[in-house]
Write a protein that binds this ligand. Structure first.
Ligand code: ADP
Ligand code: LRH
Length: 479
């Protein structure tokens, strides 16, 4: 039996989970959870990275002695270090407005179609490539000697060693998904210095040992290794999709975002795929995460914030009784990316498309959940068509699995059975990679079998109201 600390930083909360793995057992417990609250300063929206680091240290102390540590977090964002290895300012939040209008400048040098063919990444204003272009004239970038993606930065603070883990590197839009190496030509044409990045690391690679100061602060007895995991949280979550060998499945990782798509063994780089805004991020063991970003439960998080954080359970119960599919919005629309005024923005979108405006929090919540389920339906259908890979079942993992209404609506909308769980998928995927060097888990399929045997899962059958979802889809498309 071995113990692993999985540090999983989501956009809404960070947690340190302990995974205990034996030859045929896997048990996950929460050691520590802390809020991840971005901070608005005069320059814009920033991550409170020191507080997150403190949360990691508190979590490790609460976890107690472990055999290894692994860190995953949200994608695309980074910290810059000076020549002494000191952090230059707080990392910029991917919802910051600095990337507005930047893509057009990039596309003037490398047309969008060419960029997609080379990197396979969907257009999102926050891809690291656009962030670096937005920062081009900044003092910080001028002084930077090193760029570390968020999990790599926290790993550096724990171990003193620098690297760039591949699954997360694939979200920068500077990696070629065919070679699984940097896209040297694209970087050169856009004047991005790849020397800023530390060498690539593969999931499963050693990432150093906890520094003596960290051992002291956490109460661990050294040496304790840190293992590079699928450090993009979505890569770790997909690794923990409890699908059986040979099963034809789609997955939806539901949390602050919904990431919906397929696991493939090669990228889909067609023009049709670009037009549908599907991304080819890199997964474990040579896989490609072919998926679409959907706004996810961010829509609800922002409404709850505006309403003064009412009880979520009570609200979801009321939403389950509210009229179904009365109004829907496009939950894939990047117009919902920025924080603030979410109930009003949803109301405006309904008004613009000539639908009834949801009034009460229960009605707005129902509108959000119906809209998310509809976006899940479209992504699952589009992915099957674009990759020519039909599926029989949809696996839903992440925090959204605790929302039974969303899971049921997703099954109804997709017209497919939904298997929901695990809730802490990213942490489990993180643990499964750490268990590999100890011979407890061989590969992706082996890890998934272990999950199927050990994790509670809930099945939702579609309720057969396909026509109503088709009608809502047509309404949104303006047809
Ligand atoms: P992230 O990792 O992106 O921060 P999570 O995977 O932790 O997100 O999911 C957070 C979301 O899960 C919340 O925004 C909320 O909508 C949902 N959630 C969490 N707890 C519950 C609950 N008890 N009931 C219903 N939904 C929940
Ligand atoms: C989910 C996630 C997603 C990215 C977004 C920035 O936490 O990593 O996969 O697109 O954050």
């Amino acid at each position: 039996m071995k113990s692993y600390a999985a540090v999983d930083l989501g956009a809404s909360s960070g947690r340190v989970m302990v995974g205990r793995v034996g030859p045929d057992s896997l048990e996950l417990t929460e050691a520590h959870r802390f809020a991840n609250r971005p901070v608005r300063v005069p320059e814009g929206l920033r991550w409170d990275i020191l507080r997150l680091h403190a949360g990691v240290l508190d979590g490790l102390r609460a976890a107690g002695q472990v055999d290894s540590v692994g860190i995953d977090s949200w994608a695309v964002d980074y910290g810059l270090l000076d020549a002494d290895g000191a952090l230059l300012g707080n990392p910029v939040h991917y919802r910051d407005a600095r990337t507005e209008g930047v893509a057009e400048k990039v596309w003037a040098s490398v047309p969008a179609a060419e960029l997609y063919a080379a990197t396979g990444l969907q257009y999102a204003p926050f891809n690291t490539l656009y962030q670096l272009t937005a920062a081009r004239e900044s003092e910080q970038l001028a002084h930077a000697q090193r760029l570390l993606l968020i999990p790599d930065l926290l790993t550096y603070w724990l171990t003193g060693e620098q690297g760039t883990e591949l699954t997360n590197a694939s979200t920068t839009q500077l990696v070629d998904p065919r070679t699984r190496d940097w896209s040297y030509g694209i970087a050169q044409r856009l004047g991005i210095d790849l020397e800023l990045f530390a060498p690539l690391r593969q999931p499963g690679d050693p990432a150093g040992l906890l520094r003596p100061e960290v051992l002291e602060e956490t109460g661990f007895t050294g040496p304790v290794p840190v293992t590079a995991v699928g450090s993009h949280d979505t890569a770790s979550a997909v690794a923990a999709v409890p699908a059986g060998a040979g099963e034809r499945f789609a997955y939806i990782c539901t949390g602050t975002w919904s990431l919906a798509g397929l696991e493939l063994d090669a990228p889909v780089l067609t023009e049709e795929s670009r037009a549908a805004n599907f991304t080819n991020e890199l997964g474990l063991d040579g896989t490609v995460r072919y998926l679409r970003n959907i706004m996810g439960l961010w829509l609800l998080q922002e409404c709850l914030r505006a309403w003064g954080d009412p009880d979520l359970g009570g609200l979801l119960l009321q939403a389950s009784k509210a009229p179904a599919l009365r109004s829907v919005v496009d939950a894939g629309d990047a117009a919902f990316l920025a924080p603030g005024r979410m109930p009003e923005r949803i109301a405006e979108a309904c008004r613009r498309s000539g639908q009834p405006v949801p009034e009460s929090p229960a009605e707005v919540t129902r509108c959000i959940l119906d809209s998310l389920a509809l976006a899940h339906r479209r992504a699952v259908a589009d992915a099957q068509r674009l990759a020519d890979r039909p599926v029989d079942v949809v696996y839903v993992v992440g925090g959204g699995t605790r929302n039974a209404l969303l899971c049921q609506l997703t099954a109804d909308a997709c017209g497919l059975p939904v298997v929901a769980g695990p809730t802490e998928a990213a942490a489990l995927g993180n643990v499964l990679v750490q268990a590999r060097p100890h011979g407890l888990v061989r590969d992706l399929a082996d890890g998934r079998q272990l999950l199927t045997r050990t994790q509670p899962l809930t099945r939702y059958e579609p309720r057969g109201d396909a026509e109503r979802w088709r009608e809502a889809e047509a309404r949104l498309a303006g047809g």
